[in-house]
Design a protein around this ligand. Structure first.
Ligand code: TA6
Length: 329
């Protein structure tokens, strides 16, 4: 779909009312519609209807916690470089679709009438978006689905993404898919970052023909390009930014795998929508379902959640033991 068509249909598709009093529909970069979520306690988030793409998550001090490249191209059909791209119905380039599927390259609409959420989430600051396949989409992936995404801010400023994908085929056909929340975290200096919670796990190394290895380190640190798919990972992963004295905690449900990616210098230079030095200030840790595709029978629904929080961490004082973060409440 050309960018002009996306723009014109955006305003039409975005016209549905927003259920939350703390959500506002407005125009973003290049006139693309976005929804701004402002929690009364000060945290905020932004999600473009294009790709249902979260491009900002700020804490109650107004600090930006996600990375978006200064060279990101907010122009369909190119995916926005940074934030939280939604990878569906395929993660990676294994399969017949383009890398990471097409959900992040489509215009979503406001879901005016979402089925009730079973979660206990009491968030009042949220937006519900929905994607259904177009006729064009059916030509490249012949499956009927409804993909509902809720983006919400929790009481403590946490960012909650809940995906509900239903197989709506009328011919009884099942389908399988792989999925990732391709989250780009903003970090002060990648060489001062550690990831806890993935030690001793097996992973597929995209830099070594996706061969399977076992993580030996007692924490993951970064001195060069990393592109690993950790398998059967715990529900909690911690990303520690030493310089900022901040720990991101990623909690996930329905997403057994976790991708860790930093392009480092060579790949950074090769990406037109990524600054040469920007690899120093970002890290992707992605809640995913990759090793074992998810299969839905006709009428079945899958739910995949990720909850991000940012907590102060001053390891030098021993105040926050990473193991407590990972194994605590
Ligand atoms: O999640 C890691 C990865 O699969 C890397 O292999 C790299 O390709 C990255 O995604 C970015 O992919 P994109 O299609 O967004 O440029």
């Amino acid at each position: 779909m050309s960018s002009e068509k996306v723009l014109s249909s955006a305003s039409a598709s975005a016209s549905a009312p927003l259920a939350s009093p703390h959500a506002e529909l407005c125009r973003g970069i290049n006139g693309l519609d976005k929804v701004v979520l402002r929690d009364p306690r000060g945290s905020s988030a932004e999600v473009y209807l294009y790709g249902a793409h979260v491009t900002s998550w700020k804490n109650d001090h107004g600090e930006e916690l996600l990375f978006v490249s200064s060279k990101a191209i907010f122009k369909p059909p190119k995916a926005i470089r940074g934030g939280i791209p939604i990878c569906f119905p395929q993660f990676s380039n294994i399969g017949s679709l383009e890398q990471h599927g097409f959900a992040r390259n489509r215009l979503w609409t406001i879901d005016a009438d979402p089925p009730p959420f079973s979660t206990t989430s009491s968030s009042k600051t949220f937006v519900d978006l929905i994607l259904k396949p177009s006729e064009e989409d059916m030509k490249i992936w012949a499956h009927s689905f409804e993909f509902r995404l809720r983006v919400a801010l929790g009481p403590g400023g946490d960012l909650l993404l809940t995906s509900r994908i239903r197989n709506t085929s009328v011919d009884g056909k099942p389908f399988s898919f792989t999925f990732a929340y391709h989250t780009y975290f903003s970090v002060s200096d990648i060489s001062e970052v550690r990831v806890e919670g993935l030690e001793t796990l097996d992973y597929l190394d995209n830099l070594q023909n996706r061969e399977r290895f076992t993580e030996q380190g007692d924490a993951i640190t970064f001195e060069s390009e990393v592109d690993k798919i950790y398998l059967s990972t715990p529900t909690k992963i911690a990303i520690l930014d030493h310089e900022k004295k901040r720990t991101f905690v990623l909690r996930k449900d329905g997403l057994p795998d976790a991708v860790v990616w930093n392009p480092w210098d060579k790949k950074a230079k090769a990406m037109v929508d990524f600054g040469d030095e920007e690899y120093k200030h970002m890290l992707c840790v992605e809640a995913a379902a990759v090793e074992k595709p998810i299969t839905l029978k006709a009428g079945e629904e899958w739910k995949g959640r990720q909850e991000l929080s940012a907590v102060p961490s001053s390891y030098c004082s021993g105040q926050l033991d990473p193991q407590k973060v990972l194994h605590g409440s």
